[in-house]
Design a protein around this ligand. Structure first.
Ligand SMILES: C[S@@+](CC[C@H](N)C(=O)[O-])C[C@H]1O[C@@H](n2cnc3c(N)ncnc32)[C@H](O)[C@@H]1O
Length: 204
């Protein structure tokens, strides 16, 4: 029997492989993830909403995929969501959901994929770590975030054991780059018994 994308995705080795697998997966991603109880987008959106007063400021949903994470932001009261992603096919699905103000494709390796300082809140649900994007994204997002802005993201259980991803978080707090406002471990994809930690950091 052929493997499902969920079985394949955690062995993705680089950005090009990630783009290919998400392009192929786009049409069945929502069905497969929702069937397995995908919980992280709602957890990230709820954690961010708890830290923010003005829900009308634009939020950047980085690695928006098919838009499940944007839909979760809308359900938690945010009104203006922009999205960007590596995969054109995932973006096409996101556009169909009608929850984003702007959507565009990210081309890794190019300049910062959005105007620096434009966003006071950025989310990355299921985007950074094993099965998705490299640890360098942490620095890119923190750099592009507006001062005093909030970065809400998740690390799945595989990523939580990888020092390449964990070290930047420690450096942010010890070097005074950002402070940790929220951290909670919980369900990520219950159907495959995978958890995630949701973090909210505030940039200095
Ligand atoms: C597991 S999906 C999560 C999508 C969405 N946030 C959600 O919660 O359903 C990971 C997404 O990250 C995107 N991605 C991976 N690496 C990326 C990168 N370097 N830049 C932008 N997007 C990336 C993939 O294309 C994919 O759509």
């Amino acid at each position: 029997m052929s493997k499902t994308y969920l079985e394949k995705v955690y062995s993705v080795k680089n950005t090009e492989e990630a783009r290919q697998i998400y392009d192929e997966w786009a049409g069945s991603y929502d069905d497969e993830l929702l069937e397995q109880g995908y919980a992280t987008p709602m957890r990230v959106a709820r954690a961010l909403a708890a830290q923010i007063q003005n829900m009308d400021k634009p939020v950047l949903d980085f690695g928006c995929g098919t838009g499940l994470s944007g839909a979760a932001l809308i359900q938690n009261g945010f009104t203006v969501i922009d999205g960007t992603d590596l995969s054109a096919e995932m973006l096409a699905q996101a556009a169909d959901k009608g929850v984003y103000r702007d959507l565009w494709q990210t081309h890794p390796g190019a300049e910062l994929p959005f105007d620096s300082g434009k966003y006071t809140a950025i989310t990355a649900s299921g985007v950074i770590g094993s099965g998705a994007g490299p640890s360098e994204l942490l620095e890119i997002l923190m750099e592009g975030l507006a001062p005093r802005g909030l970065l809400a993201f998740s690390f799945n259980d595989h990523t939580l054991t990888d020092p390449n991803y964990m070290a930047p978080l420690r450096d942010w707090t010890t070097d005074g780059i950002a402070s940790l406002l929220f951290e909670e471990h919980g369900p990520h994809i219950p159907g495959i018994d995978l958890g995630s930690t949701v973090y909210v950091f505030e940039k200095a």
